[in-house]
Design a protein around this ligand. Structure first.
Ligand code: ADP
Length: 162
């Protein structure tokens, strides 16, 4: 059984991420989507909220597990017995970033392969940071994130302005 792991911040999960999950879940027997709990970085959604939104938006994909981790990716991957790390590539910036990440992972977990899926054209400009930026200026995020994320963002803003 091939277990693949897709790590990320997912703050928030976008339709670009979901597209990578759907395609990975077709290729591998099981996919673990793992939210990196970076305690040094301030986040828009809490780790619990991100996990909940990921669960809600991927509920229809049967061979996915949603989880969170902190510490080193190499340790977490070994712990989960995942042989593959999947990452999405939007452009050459992602490629450059991923190269050093991959080499570091290879050094720490030589038996783990990194696999890259090219982003679909319609999602290649979508990032969590762009979504947060749009939200900040009340921009329209319809179609860029799952419906539950759109709803959660609206609720967060309604509470903030109460
Ligand atoms: P972001 O860069 O949006 O903050 P994450 O750190 O959560 O995203 O990234 C998790 C993985 O998803 C990374 O491999 C990233 O390159 C990939 N990814 C992010 N957005 C997209 C997208 N629109 N299309 C394809 N892959 C993406």
């Amino acid at each position: 059984m091939t277990i693949a792991l897709c790590p990320g911040s997912f703050d928030p999960v976008t339709n670009g991420h979901i597209n990578i999950f759907e395609r990975s879940a077709k290729i591998f027997d099981h996919l673990i989507v793992a939210v990196f709990n970076n305690i040094r970085k301030e986040s828009f959604f809490s780790i619990e909220e991100r996990l909940e939104l990921l669960r809600e938006s991927t509920g229809y994909i049967k061979n996915i597990t949603i989880d969170a981790f902190d510490g080193l990716l190499a340790d977490y991957v070994k712990d989960k017995k995942a042989g593959i790390v999947v990452r999405g590539l939007r452009d050459q910036n992602d490629f450059f970033y991923e190269t050093s990440q991959m080499l570091m992972l290879r050094r720490m977990a030589p038996n783990v392969e990194s696999v890259y899926l090219m982003s679909e054209h319609r999602y290649s400009y979508v990032s969590s940071s762009a979504i947060r930026e749009l939200v900040n200026f009340q921009g329209n995020i319809e179609g860029l994130v799952p419906i539950c994320v759109e709803k959660a963002i609206k609720e967060k803003y309604a509470r903030k302005n109460d």
